[in-house]
Ligand binder design. Structure first.
Ligand SMILES: Nc1ncnc2c1ncn2[C@@H]1O[C@H](COP(=O)(O)OP(=O)(O)O)[C@@H](O)[C@H]1O
Ligand SMILES: O=c1ccn([C@@H]2O[C@H](COP(=O)(O)OP(=O)(O)O)[C@@H](O)[C@H]2O)c(=O)[nH]1
Length: 225
């Protein structure tokens, strides 16, 4: 409990109290989306891995070959950062600092996006990133993933990929990349460890694989989804 509070304070800052309250209120209404989601026989797969490990790349291939819908938490947040007002500014600031956006906001965006999906097979890319993310997800969404894909690579390879991916992202600079790696090691790896005790985690090293890995996923996807 104490560690979630610390993470929460670090991510949001005291000036965001008003913003946080608004988010919590909106989150309650997205609980309605959750019960609808449950009745759709949803199959969720979480896709995790360090920044630049290739999560988005593999997700695009899985969508192409296995008919999943791809929801990237980072992309949903980047779309939201352009919204007017304090919330957009807050998200932009946190992403550019390599910090996490408050969990309520991310969960709300994922649930809203899920409620618009007609597909019942959904990849959730880049979430949850820390224990507090997972707690809020479990509390608000209450949906367990069928399994988790965990993509690994060395930091050197991931850093080179991020610095040359040319997507115009402000957070793909050396200083922020180092902060994102630190956050991944300190906060995301423990969440993956947690999932290893309650769900199947498929770990795939794509460091030397210059191609997509879809050929490795069919058994899993057929088995679980
Ligand atoms: N297996 C791979 N081999 C070489 N380059 C890759 C591989 N997977 C992804 N990339 C490249 O690395 C960069 C980061 O990949 P991306 O899928 O955006 O990572 P993430 O979503 O994990 O941040 C992109 O430019 C992508 O084209
Ligand atoms: O659940 C999430 C997912 C992403 N982010 C923010 O969005 C950034 C980019 O995440 P994304 O998954 O798009 O990229 P990656 O860092 O994996 O390359 C992260 O560094 C965080 O600042 C967040 O706060 N919560």
């Amino acid at each position: 409990m104490a560690s979630s509070t610390t993470t929460r304070n670090k991510a949001a800052g005291p000036q965001d109290l008003e913003v946080r309250c608004a988010i919590v209120l909106e989150t309650i209404s997205s609980a309605a989306a959750t019960s609808e989601a449950q009745s759709k026989n949803l199959k969720l797969v979480f896709v995790t891995g360090g920044p630049g490990s290739g999560k988005g790349t593999q997700c695009n291939k899985i969508v192409e070959h296995f008919g999943f819908e791809h929801l990237s938490a980072g992309e949903l947040l980047r779309a939201e950062q352009n919204s007017d007002g304090e919330i957009g500014k807050m998200i932009k600031g946190l992403i550019n600092e390599g910090k996490l956006v408050p969990s309520e906001m991310t969960v709300k965006l994922i649930l809203n996006a899920m409620s618009k999906c007609s597909n019942n097979k959904i990849l959730i890319d880049g979430f949850p990133r820390n224990d507090e993310n997972r707690e809020v997800w479990d509390r608000v969404a209450g949906l367990k993933p069928e399994f988790i894909i965990f993509i690994t690579s060395s930091e050197e390879v991931m850093q080179n990929r991020l610095l040359s991916r040319n997507e115009g992202r402000d957070d793909d600079n050396l200083e922020t990349i180092r902060k994102r790696f630190k956050l991944f090691n300190e906060q995301t790896l423990p969440v993956i460890k947690h999932y290893e005790s309650i769900a199947a985690v498929q770990k795939v090293n794509l460091q030397n694989l210059n191609i997509w890995y879809t050929f490795g996923f069919p058994q899993l996807l057929n088995l679980y989804c």
